[in-house]
Design a protein around this ligand. Structure first.
Ligand code: RIB
Length: 298
């Protein structure tokens, strides 16, 4: 069983299903409203646990009404929450999400996620030691991200850095990353390059191995200085893409021991299943569903 540590955000997703996206200043009548646990860190932790990994999450929740539900949801999924800290005097992170026509728009308020510190990561050093992989994203303060890279490096554990939401990062940080998992826009932003660059050129400029996601087109992946390979995407009817990237990252970490090609193939399959279902954590598949999906694909 893979042992995964995730350092990242924990949000309550406030999801409105709408017939279309409202224009600025416009009021629309939506179809449905749901509260679903989310946040890139929590999503990746839950997705990895559903795929059969032993998972611990490092992050912060607030002391509001959402905090208990977020905590209990993680526990129910079998995620070790020993290093999920409850911060007094602040709310939990939220994401206001509009879903329309299979696409989404998201406004995130970090709240307690902004209180994750290098000390929280350092306190989790014992669980990082001996893990098969560490997953981290950019929805927590950058000093905590840097601490994650440092602690994992010290302990000889590979880090998968999902640079979302996109921010420019120091090149020196990337040299500590085993796999960077951006989409094209995120890779351009991380490298401080323009969005108009070809994604293969961007991959060549990265100082680490990259697994680049291209939505329905699948993923391109390669070690540093090697020509990237392509894994085609799987065709599904898109219902909600929220959390599909998180599912992809989790599957990549869980299946990494099977080799990069296989891990990317399974990650594309897991993400495709997630896209075909509503909600981030609500739509994440179990390992047997990924197996059955791939068998059905032939
Ligand atoms: O990656 C999807 C997640 O991004 C959502 O669950 C939302 O909470 C935002 O953080």
């Amino acid at each position: 069983m893979a042992r995964i540590v995730v350092v990242g955000s924990i949000n309550m997703d406030l999801v409105t299903l709408s017939p279309r996206f409202p224009d600025p200043g416009e009021t629309l009548t939506g179809d449905r409203f749901l509260t679903i646990p989310g946040g890139k860190g929590a999503n990746q932790a839950v997705a990895a646990a559903r795929l059969g990994a032993s998972v611990a999450l490092v992050g912060c929740i607030g002391d509001d009404a959402f905090a208990q539900a977020l905590h209990d949801g993680l526990v129910a999924e079998g995620v070790d929450v020993t290093h999920v800290t409850r911060v007094a005097g602040i709310g939990s992170g939220t994401a206001s999400i509009t879903v329309a026509g299979g696409e989404n728009s998201i406004v995130v308020v970090p709240a307690a996620n902004g209180r994750v510190t290098p000390a929280h990561v350092e306190a989790a050093r014992d669980i990082v030691r001996g893990a098969d992989a560490v997953l981290v994203q950019l929805e927590i303060p950058l000093d905590a991200v840097e601490a994650t890279l440092r602690v994992a490096d010290d302990e000889g554990v590979p880090v998968i850095l999902n640079p979302a939401p996109a921010q420019r990062l120091p090149t020196e940080w990337l040299s500590r990353v085993r796999f960077l998992t951006p989409n094209q826009h995120e890779l351009a932003t991380v490298l401080g390059a323009g969005d108009d660059n070809d994604f293969r050129d961007l991959m060549r400029r990265a100082p680490c191995a990259v697994v680049l996601t291209r939505g329905a087109e699948g993923a391109w992946f390669g070690e540093k200085d090697e020509a990237p390979e392509h894994q085609a995407g799987f065709k599904v009817e898109a219902v909600d893409s929220t959390g599909a990237g998180d599912t992809f990252n989790a599957a990549l970490a869980v299946y990494l021991s099977e080799g990069l090609d296989n891990a990317v193939r399974k990650a594309c399959a897991a993400a495709a299943i997630a896209v075909s279902r509503l909600g981030a954590q609500a739509g994440m598949p179990r390992a047997d569903e990924v197996t059955a999906f791939l068998e059905a694909q032939g």
